[in-house]
Design a protein around this ligand. Structure first.
Ligand code: MN
Length: 291
C-alpha cells in the first residue's frame, strides 16, 4: 500500500502536497490556466491522479518547497461539480433534531441527499461570517466529507469505495427554521463562508475502512461534537450507491457524510475548531458578515 498523499491549495489556486518539510508544489503538472481554469485544478488532478502519481511522488521527494506559513492556505476543493450532503445520518443527532426547528424524523436512508451550493465553499483561513438575519439561529455541524475519484454511475455497495479518492473535513453550518420561517434546506445550508472545506484532501490509500475515521468539534475550547463514521446510519458505500442511482458522481465531487450529535448555536465572537487525526484540523473565528 502506498502512503496517502495530503493535497492542498494555496496562494491563489496553486496545488501542492503537504509534507513534513512544507508544501511541495505540483501546479505545473496541471494544464488548466487562466483565472477561470485555476479553481478547477484540483478536479483535474483528481481525474488524472493515476497518470500523475509517478510525477507527484518524484515531486514529494524533491520539492520545490513552499513554507506553509508564507502563503495563504485555501480550500483544497473550491469547485466540486456536485456538492451533496446526507441529512440526519447519526442516530444520536437524529434524536436531538426532533421538534419545530427540524424537518422531521427520517434519516439519510429514507431521504437521500440534499444539495449544497458549491459556490458557498471557503477555506481554513476564512472566518465564518454569519449573515444578517435578525432572530435566526445558526448551528455548527462538523462533518467528514468524501471526495469522488472516478465517475460513479449506478454503482453497487460492493464496488462503491473504489470510487472514493479521499477524505476532507468540513462544516455544514446551518440556519435553522422557525415556526413561521421555513426556507428550503438548500438555502439554509448554502450561505457563503458557512461551508469551509479543508485543510487538505487525504487520499484513501491508507484508509481502506473509512468507518475508523473520527471527528471532534470544539466551540471556545469546549468539546461539543465527537463521532466516528462507524456510527453512520447509511455508510459511505450506501451513500454512493444511493446517489449514483440518481446522477453520475464525478471526479472531485464532494459528499458531506452527516453530523454527529451535539449540534448547537454559534454566534459572532465564537471560535470553532474541527479535527480528525488522519486529516488534520481547522479553526475559525465566527464574525458578522459586512454585506
Ligand atoms: Mn449536515
Amino acid at each position: 500500500v502506498e502512503a496517502s498523499v495530503r493535497l492542498a491549495m494555496f496562494g491563489g489556486y496553486r496545488v501542492g502536497t503537504w509534507e513534513a518539510d512544507g508544501l511541495h508544489e505540483i501546479t505545473d503538472l496541471l494544464s488548466t490556466e487562466g483565472p477561470f481554469g485555476a479553481p478547477y485544478r484540483m478536479n483535474e488532478l483528481i481525474a488524472r491522479f493515476d497518470d500523475l502519481r509517478g510525477a507527484i511522488e518524484d515531486r514529494r521527494q524533491t520539492g520545490p518547497i513552499v513554507d506553509p506559513a508564507m502563503v495563504r492556505i485555501e480550500t483544497p476543493l473550491p469547485r466540486p461539480t456536485n456538492y451533496l450532503a446526507a441529512p440526519l445520518n447519526y442516530r444520536a443527532h437524529k434524536a436531538e433534531m426532533s421538534g419545530p426547528i427540524a424537518s422531521g424524523g427520517t434519516s439519510a436512508k429514507e431521504m437521500g441527499f440534499f444539495v449544497k451550493a458549491s459556490g458557498s465553499i471557503t477555506g481554513p483561513n476564512d472566518p465564518i461570517e454569519l449573515p444578517k438575519r435578525p432572530g435566526r439561529r445558526f448551528d455548527h455541524e462538523g462533518e467528514i466529507g468524501f471526495v469522488v475519484g472516478r465517475e460513479a454511475r449506478g454503482v453497487g455497495v460492493d464496488e462503491a469505495l473504489s470510487h472514493v479518492f479521499g477524505y476532507t473535513l468540513l462544516l455544514d453550518n446551518t440556519m435553522r427554521m422557525t415556526e413561521t420561517e421555513r426556507e428550503e434546506r438548500t438555502l439554509r445550508k448554502s450561505f457563503w463562508s458557512l461551508n469551509p472545506v479543508g485543510p487538505v484532501i487525504v487520499t484513501a490509500d491508507e484508509i481502506p475502512d473509512p468507518s475508523q475515521l473520527t471527528i471532534e468539534l470544539d466551540v471556545n475550547g469546549e468539546r461539543r461534537q465527537s463521532g466516528s463514521l462507524g456510527e453512520l446510519i447509511l455508510d459511505i458505500p450506501g451513500l454512493i450507491a444511493q446517489a449514483s442511482a440518481v446522477l453520475p458522481l464525478l471526479p472531485g465531487d464532494l459528499y458531506a457524510t452527516g453530523s454527529p450529535a451535539g449540534v448547537g448555536p454559534i454566534v459572532p465572537g465564537d471560535q470553532v475548531r474541527i479535527s480528525c487525526p488522519e486529516i488534520g484540523e481547522m479553526s475559525f473565528a465566527v464574525t458578522e458578515r459586512s454585506w
